[in-house]
Every structure is written in structure tokens, then in C-alpha cells.
Ligand binder design. Sequence first.
Ligand code: SOE
Length: 410
Amino acid sequence: MSASLPLCRPLSTGRPLGVAAIGYAFMGKAHSNAWRNVGSFFDVPAFEQRVLVGRDAVAVAFAAGKYGWAESATDWRSVISRDDIDIVDICAPGWMHADIAIAALEAGKHVLVEKPLANTLGEAELMATAAALARERGVQSMVGFNYRRVPALALARELIAEGRLGTVRHVRAAYLQDWLSDVETPMSWRLRKETAGSGALGDIASHAIDQIQHLTGQTVTEVTGTLRTYVAERPGPSGLENVTVDDAAWATLGLTGGVSASVEASRVATGRKNSLKIEIYGSLGSLTFDLENLNELGFLDATLPVREQGFRRILVNEPEHPYAAAWWPQGHIIGWEHTFTHQIRDFLCAIRSGEAPSPSFDDGLQVQRVLAAVEESARNRSVVTGVETGPLELIQVSSTSGAEEVGTRR
Ligand code: SOE
């Protein structure tokens, strides 16, 4: 096992942990695959895939059989009240996160919820409070920013923490997809504010924002943002329907330790499929990462003689690299889906050890603050500061015209 991963012994105390997953679409499938495989590659506490929950009884029963769940159900409230359920894995759309997570935590269940934490800052605050109260009773919670578990990004964080980049000055992150480029692509829950909260901003810029804070160890405090919707109407069940979220988002971020960052996210970047590119520039070196080549990390060591400097490609598949020892021999690369297995391995180990899982709901709340600040900045054409302070703080909102006004953010 990699030196950077604490051992997680499969303790034999008590019965296996009972797991329920809520949602069986894209994320439900990715999480089910991870639950099914984690025990084959990692030493984890015993668990059982008990129930898969979905609203369509026939469809969720079919999915449960296919994805290895013992049974299926259509009522999440009855499932989370069961004594044989210890873990609730929320893979449902964002508008359901708060209700399910808070109820599950109050019922004493450990909760893993997909990113972003919530659809609104208000919901995220309630979830973080519920998680803090539950944690006092030994109930764990985690938000699924799974890219923290890409071995190359975990290695990047280790190198930064070791000082190999010196003082990190600025970070560039661009998460570009094109699955909405075609104007004929129909409406879905991801395109309605009431079900998704936001568009590219919450869906994919949230990953970039979490990475920027996680890699640097610093917190976003200042935000300037822009949002754009290019395709205003899409085919819905009863004709053309208004799209009420962004297609693309941009943000300039200032962080507490002096790092500056730029974030770009688009789901209409024609030709880009799932391209999260991150570049980190420091006084002694730089790092580059591309999710479409997720086994590789580019590293420039500026302490070398200039004649020898250049970005070298680290193939992050050595046993010494995070998570890599659990899989295959050197060079047998892994994929996007393995990050979910790593995520569930870490969640199970945190449940058994009692250590707080990361990212926590507080981490998820901080990302939500940044998302809300981007929306506010885009709405008011303003610079939003004091982002990390909290829900109802008086914040400085200086419009781009320079006029100072103080507002209260909800
Ligand atoms: C869609 O844009 C999406 O599925 C995101 O919701 C996921 O978080 C990301 O991992 C892949 O793209």
C-alpha cells in the first residue's frame, strides 16, 4: 500500500455494514461499480450492498440486479429508517441532497453525497450543521469530490505540501465538456435551476474549485465571476423549454495564503469531452494535469540547472504512488471509475477508524460559498470578498465601476 495511505484493516467486530444507495443513473452506476469492486482491491471493513433506491420500481429493480444490490426500493425515507442500513450513499440529483442527507444523518447513518454538496448555500449550511451534530455521535459524512482520489492529483498535493514547488503563486483550472453543444440535446434535470442549482458552475467548476483549495491548502476569499447561457431553449417533454442555468462559467479567485487562481468551466466547449486541465505555478517548480490523461502528472523542477529544465511526465502507477499499489503492476494504467473506488475505500476506512473523512461537509460548504459568490459577482458585476467567512456576513461588494456598497449575502 502506498506510504501516503493509512492502513485500513478489515475489523471483524460486529455485522457487515449495510449500504443503501439512492439513485441508479450515471452516478448511481459509478458508485455501484465502486462498491462492487472495492473489496477485491483494498482491505476494507466488511459491508453488504443491501438496497438500491429509485423512483421507478421496475427500472431500479433491474439496475439493482445488474449492479449487485440485494434488493431495490422506491421510498428512500423507509430505507434510511431500517436498522440494517448503516451507510447511505446519495447519488441522486442535487435538489434531493439536502433532504436525504439531513434525514439520514439524523437517523444515525453515515452519509456519502455526490458533489456539489447542495443546490444552494442555504441548503449547504443546514447540511454542514447536521453533519457536525451527527459527528458528535460518531456518524461520518463525506462529499464526493472524487478527483481528490486521482493518484496523479494526490501526488501533486504531496509534492506541493513537501515544498517542491516553493511558494505557489497561481493556478489555472479549466474543465471543458461538449455534451450540451448540440442545440437539439434535450432538457434534463441538469438544465433547470430548481433541480440542479446551477449549470457548468456547480456541476464541473465545483470540481476545479475544490481542487484549487485542496491542492494549495488555501481557502478562497475573493471572487469575480461571469456566467453565460448560449442555448436558451431546449426540447422538453412538451415543446421548447427555457434553460435556467449557465452553459459556461468563469471565475478569478483570491485565496487566503496569497494564491491567485482562474477557473473556466463549459459544457458547450465543442470537441472537449471531459477535459479538466490544472496548472500550478510556484517559485521552485510547476505541475500540470489533464483528466483525459489522468495517469500522468507533468512536473517542472526549477531547482535544476536551467539547461536541464523541462516538464517531465511522471506516470503515476508506481507502488509508491497513492492508491497505485492496490491495482496492477507499473504502467498498467487505471481510469476515471477507479477514483470512485478510492473514494469508497477512504470512506469505509474513516467509518472504521473514526477519523473525519475528507472532503467533509464543511469542505463542501466552502465550495458552495464560492459558487454562490460567483453567481453574486456575475449578477452584480462585482468583486465579492469575505467568501470564506460564513452565511450571513456583511461582505464588501465593490462593483466594477469601483462604487463601494456593503450587502448581506443569504
Ligand atoms: C457531468 O458534467 C459530469 O458527470 C459531472 O457531473 C461529474 O461530476 C464529472 O465527474 C463528469 O461530468
